[in-house]
Design a protein. Structure first.
Length: 678
């Protein structure tokens, strides 16, 4: 039930009052002469028929404004549709589909804050009085990222709001400049595109920085053909470009509509955006040829799929900026049809069961749904595959198949109607029940890949229903205990899970020379479990919920001598009472710098260099292209520096190098006995 009332508040451009927002109909009371500031007044009533929107637009002085654009976008249609105000500032908008909308009004540089979350029920009538005020203007220039030259006719689109429902566009002039006036607020994203360049966006800007320069990278093009084993072109193959993770994905280009509301897909706001695995896809022509345009420079893998052929994939390809690569060739082998049925224990076909096909050669799984007789099929299948029936209320059923040159391969997936419940109890080492332990039970049979979770009750008892027949694996976790795991459970009753009290183990690492706390030290715990940690800036480290037992702890830092300790973690006498290690003091080393030369006094690159007698190769560094090296954490004293190289051999400095803590010892020279060049 909606209650009549008034909503008051402060918008960016002024105050507003909406009396009786959800109440019965009331008259529109805004008058031009009485307007003291920007305001929005609304009323509503429920009538029979379609939703209707009406209202009046005023300028900064409160006078009716002709030719203002009133835009609406939301669940009923997308992108925005618009009407214009008449000479008296009024607008009328009938026959609006029921839904939730965003309402905006503007004229040139005049704009009003958006009315968001506007609910238009079937039969509703809403009326608004909206006063516009001066918005801010975003100006900028679009240039070539490499040459700095202006790019003309670049399309600049601004999507306003968190969902980007409202968009406007402009094109850059001969000097690459553009201007978008009448912007309100900072919730907007900018998208810029031009032929031959990689589209940029979403870009964020605000009224505090109203100018910007947008540098577009030249786009790459990949061209090629998809052919069969005879070299004949394959028509209608889907070709996708997969980019490395650091490349931002372009619009996939799979279609022009979201199939949710009418209209083309608008630019998506920066909120929640992210890179995609594949950045573009096209379909081959009758001769098997394809063109993948507008790609960002970088490495790609090209994959092709077709109903009648097994998927094919290229090796890693490099696309250069502004370049066209035309040597891509994908050969697809004919594949079989994998036909099957999903049945129950009596052999009756089951309708509407999702079926998943996975293959090592395919990046994404394929999905199908069984027909009324339980049948399903996948075409173009080859090699080792697994096919899994995924019912909603029963354990999955899976089969692994190797498909060769056969034209048709059949499979039957039988779902077990008999379900099992695993029951047991979680106990501590004293035999008391553990409440709130999180249990994860997995079926170990590859034919029934199912996993279920449950929590133990106050007395530690648990039950995990809807499982296939044993065997199972079980893991248990609890904040106050170490994780527990049981393998090969072949029963369903009276399973005992014993959890050991987790020990909180902490310590501190100091610089032995200065006594200061030492951060960024790697601490490796090795024993019943293996874990790694790193000291904080105050030199402390902590391991939580470690099982009891004997551990070796290793401390390492590139500028210090490594150290190790042995410790026995014992059950705590009190819950989560920590066990502390004696303070660890690492001895600082020095830095040795020098160069590696071969028998002809030429610099040797990529040679291994270390210190000690015998050499400590586990602490080695490598020489650079000029043969230079730097060794850190070398212990104080007189040390020999040794280098080795597969071609130039192995040797050491003529004399030991004197190393002092926290100091650099330059000038070490190692001459290897042979030449580094074949």
């Amino acid at each position: 039930m909606r209650v009549a009332g008034a909503i008051t508040g402060l918008l960016v451009l002024g105050t507003f009052v909406i009396p009786g927002t959800y109440g019965p109909k009331s008259d529109l009371t805004s008058e031009a002469g009485r307007a003291a500031g920007p305001r929005i007044v609304s009323s509503g009533e429920l009538d029979a028929g379609s939703a209707t929107l009406a209202g009046r637009i005023y300028d900064e002085g409160g006078r009716p404004l002709e030719g203002a654009i009133v835009s609406l976008a939301g669940s009923g249609f997308w992108p925005a549709r618009s009407v214009r105000s008449a000479a008296d500032g009024r607008f009328q908008w009938p026959d609006i589909p029921a839904g939730i909308y965003e309402l905006r009004a503007s004229k040139g540089g005049l704009v009003a804050p958006p009315v968001e979350g506007l609910i238009l029920d079937a039969g509703a009538r809403r009326a608004f009085g909206i006063q516009l005020a001066r918005g801010w203007t975003l100006a900028g220039q679009v240039v070539d990222a490499h040459t700095g030259r202006a790019i003309r006719e670049a399309e600049v689109t601004i999507a306003t709001g968190a969902l980007g429902l409202y968009t406007r566009s402009a094109r850059s002039d001969d000097r690459g400049r553009f201007e978008l006036a009448g912007i309100v607020g900072d919730e907007h994203s900018l998208y810029v595109g031009s032929d031959g360049y990689v589209a940029a966006g979403p870009l964020r800007h605000s009224a505090a920085e109203p100018t910007m320069t947008i540098r577009l990278e030249r786009a790459s093009i990949l061209e090629g053909r998809v052919v069969d084993e005879r070299g004949w072109g394959i028509e209608g193959a889907l070709v996708r470009a997969f980019a490395e993770g650091h490349l931002r994905a372009a619009a996939p280009g799979a279609g022009d509509s979201l199939d949710v509301t009418s209209g083309p897909v608008p630019p998506i706001s920066a909120a929640g955006s992210g890179a995609l695995a594949f950045v573009r896809q096209v379909t081959t022509r009758s001769d098997g040829a394809f063109i993948l345009p507008s790609l960002r420079a970088g490495p790609y893998t090209i994959a092709a799929s077709h109903d009648d052929f097994a998927p094919a994939e290229s090796e890693r390809l490099q696309a250069g900026p502004g370049a066209t690569r035309s040597d891509v060739r994908l050969v697809m082998r004919s594949g079989a049809e994998l036909a099957g049925r999903v049945v129950d224990e009596r052999g009756n076909g089951l309708e509407g069961i999702p079926v998943e096909l996975r293959a090592p050669t395919e990046r994404l799984p394929r999905m199908s749904v069984t027909a009324s007789d339980g049948s399903f099929s996948f075409r173009g299948v080859r090699g080792e595959v697994s096919v899994t029936a995924l019912p909603y209320d029963l354990p999955p059923a899976r089969e692994s198949i190797t498909i060769g040159d056969d034209a048709l391969v059949t499979v039957e997936l039988a779902l077990a109607s008999a379900l099992y419940t695993l029951r047991g109890r979680v106990l501590d080492e004293r035999g008391f029940g553990v409440s709130g332990a999180l249990l994860t039970v997995s079926a170990t049979s590859p034919q029934t890949p199912v996993q279920r979770t449950a929590k133990s009750d106050t007395d530690g008892t648990f039950s995990v229903p809807a499982l296939p027949e044993p065997p199972f694996e079980l893991s248990a976790e609890h904040p106050a205990f170490s994780p527990a795991r049981i393998s090969d459970i072949d029963t369903t009753d009276d399973v005992r899970v014993v959890m050991s009290a987790g020990v909180t183990f902490l310590g501190e690492v100091l610089d032995d020379w200065t006594g200061d706390a030492l951060g960024s030290v790697r601490v490796h715990l090795e024993g019943p479990i293996e874990r790694d940690a790193q000291t904080r800036s105050d030199g402390t480290f902590v391991f939580r919920r470690a099982p009891t037992g004997t551990y070796d702890i290793f401390f390492s830092h590139p500028d210090y001598e490594p150290q190790s300790r042995r410790v026995v973690l014992e059950p705590p006498h009190y819950v989560d009472r920590p066990q502390e290690l004696d303070t660890v003091r690492l001895e600082p080393g020095g830095i040795v710098e020098g160069e590696v030369l071969d028998a002809r006094s030429e610099p040797v690159s990529n040679a291994e260099v270390t210190w000690g007698d015998p050499p400590r190769w586990e602490r080695a560094t490598r020489s650079d292209a000029r043969g230079r090296f730097q060794l850190r954490g070398v212990p104080a004293g007189a040390v020999w520096i040794t280098a080795r190289h597969p071609l130039a051999g192995e040797d050491w400095t003529a004399d030991p190098i004197t190393v002092r803590p926290l100091e650099t010892s330059p000038g070490a020279v190692i001459r290897l006995p042979d030449s580094a060049i074949e």
